[in-house]
Ligand binder design. Structure first.
Ligand SMILES: NC(=O)c1ccc[n+]([C@@H]2O[C@H](COP(=O)([O-])OP(=O)(O)OC[C@H]3O[C@@H](n4cnc5c(N)ncnc54)[C@H](OP(=O)(O)O)[C@@H]3O)[C@@H](O)[C@H]2O)c1
Length: 180
C-alpha cells in the first residue's frame, strides 16, 4: 500500500529532468501518474520506463486548447485529477536588448500562461473530487534577479505572485469552517 493509492497526479514536463523524478516518486507512492511532454512519443516512452499505472500524454502547455484537451482526457481516463505538478518550464537567457521577442514569449507562455491554463482546468475537477494539491515549480530566480535572465526572472517572479494569489482563493475550500 502506498500513501497515494487511488490518487491521480498530473505532472507537466514529466518525461525528463525534475518532472521525471517527481513522476517516479509519485508512482512509487502509489499514485496513478499522467505525465506530459510536448511529443506523444517522448511522453509514452517515459511512462513505459517508469511503469506502474503511469500514462504519457502529449501536451504543449502554451496552448489553452491542448491543456483543455489534456484535462478532458485525464477526467475520461481516471475520473479526475487530485494532484497537479506544474513543472514544465524553460529558461532562455540573454540581455533584454539581445533577447529575441519570440524567446521572451515562449518563456512567459510556458512558465506562466501554461500554469494558469492547467490550474484553470484542474481546479474544477479537484473541487468535484473534494480537494486536491497544486505544486508550482518555481525557482530561486523567482526571488532573485539575475543578469541576462529578465525573461526567466519575469516568468518565475510572476509565477510566485500567481501561486500566492491562487492560494488566497482556494485555501478555505477544504475547510470552509475556517473562513475568516
Ligand atoms: N534544473 C534546475 O536547476 C532548476 C532550478 C530551478 C527551477 N527549475 C524549474 O524546474 C522545472 C523543471 O526544470 P528541469 O531542469 O527539469 O527542465 P528540463 O530537464 O529541461 O525539462 C523540462 C520539461 O518541461 C517540458 N516542457 C518544456 N516546454 C514545454 C511546453 N511548452 N509544454 C509542455 N512541456 C514543456 C519538457 O518537455 P519536452 O521534452 O517536450 O521538451 C521537459 O519535460 C522548470 O520549471 C524549471 O524552471 C529548474
Amino acid at each position: 500500500m502506498g500513501a497515494l493509492d487511488g490518487k491521480v497526479a498530473v505532472i507537466t514536463g514529466g518525461n525528463r529532468g525534475i518532472g521525471r523524478g517527481i513522476a517516479e516518486a509519485l508512482t512509487q507512492d502509489g499514485a496513478r501518474v499522467v505525465l506530459t511532454a510536448r511529443s506523444a512519443a517522448a511522453a509514452e516512452q517515459a511512462a513505459k520506463e517508469i511503469g506502474g499505472d503511469t500514462v504519457g500524454v502529449a501536451c504543449d502547455v502554451r496552448s489553452f486548447e491542448l491543456v483543455q484537451r489534456l484535462f478532458g482526457e485525464v477526467e475520461r481516463r481516471t475520473g479526475g485529477v487530485d494532484i497537479l505538478v506544474n513543472n514544465a518550464g524553460i529558461g532562455i537567457f540573454g540581455s533584454v536588448v539581445d533577447l529575441d521577442p519570440e524567446d521572451w514569449r515562449a518563456t512567459i507562455e510556458t512558465n506562466l500562461n501554461g500554469v494558469f491554463y492547467c490550474c484553470h482546468e484542474a481546479i474544477p475537477q479537484m473541487k468535484r473530487r473534494g480537494g486536491g494539491y497544486i505544486f508550482n515549480i518555481s525557482s530561486l530566480a523567482g526571488k532573485n534577479p539575475m543578469m541576462n535572465a529578465a525573461a526567466y526572472n519575469a516568468s518565475k517572479f510572476g509565477l510566485n505572485g500567481f501561486s500566492e494569489a491562487l492560494m488566497m482563493e482556494v485555501r478555505y475550500d477544504e475547510h470552509p469552517r475556517l473562513l475568516p
